[in-house]
Design a protein around this ligand. Sequence first.
Ligand code: SAH
Length: 300
Amino acid sequence: MTLPREYHESHRSVMVHEALHYLLTKDNGVYVDCTLGEGGHTRAIIEATSAKSTVIGLDVDAEVLALAERKLRDIQGNVHLFNVSYLNFDIVLESLGIDRVDGFLLDLGVSTYQLKAKGRGFSYEVDEPLDMRMNLDNPIKAADVVNKYSEQELARVIFEYGDEKRFSRRIARNIAKRRPIQTTFELVEAIRSALPPEERHRRRRHFATKTFQALRIEVNKELEVIRNTLLKIPEYLNPGGRVVAITFHSLEDRTVKIAFREKKDLELKILTKKPITPSESEVRENPRARSAKLRAAERI
Ligand code: SAH
């Protein structure tokens, strides 16, 4: 059995009100929470539907799922939790004998648990082995990408997935020169010394953010998984059923926008012409909401 590691914080769910507004079309519906995390959205769905709905909660991270199980223990409603990638939601539905559901929610990105619990290697703020796997069975860790990819491949990953337009080659060269790199802090140092000081200071976010994001996306194949899941979803929605996706950076948002557009008029009606963003007060209270964008579509 997987147990959560030492962890004293709580994940604050993002755009709950907006997500429910688009997701819920009936009280007694069946909803799939593709990114269960600590169960905040799942709890909100159960509460908003007076426990008449069924929620199928998925998380690929066994530690996160164990934490959610504990946190949702008091819930009276119909909640079924599975430790699988949302890419495989169809297998779960089949095992439950469910053909179609009323809504899918994807709240992408990392959970507070993954950033703050010891030893996951997602954060540039704590010194740990370079891991970054959402799925602890994934054979590839961030250390493999950093140490085994060619300098050119590494530069491509940092350029494409980090949106690190001008400095990807310099960062990749500096990483290659310093290999083997085993820890987050060694990686931060390699990035630091690749960037001119004025560039480091000019940035609004920490200078390592983009490279860390790039490695995380590569390790977990995040954009392919999001795209392939979204393309599969419409087939499993009841007419009038909804899909809601909350993203946290422009590559995720673009992936959602493009996948929705490919299904537009065939299977989906887009409900959000422009993405919805959180209120000022939410951003003030929850910095993680800062870059959130929500898009929703309805099965025709
Ligand atoms: N909505 C949650 C927070 C979700 S954070 C809440 O309110 O508490 C995003 C979660 O998605 C993380 O726990 C992460 O493990 C999970 N995740 C990432 N990729 C996944 C995938 N392919 N399949 C299932 N879950 C995934």
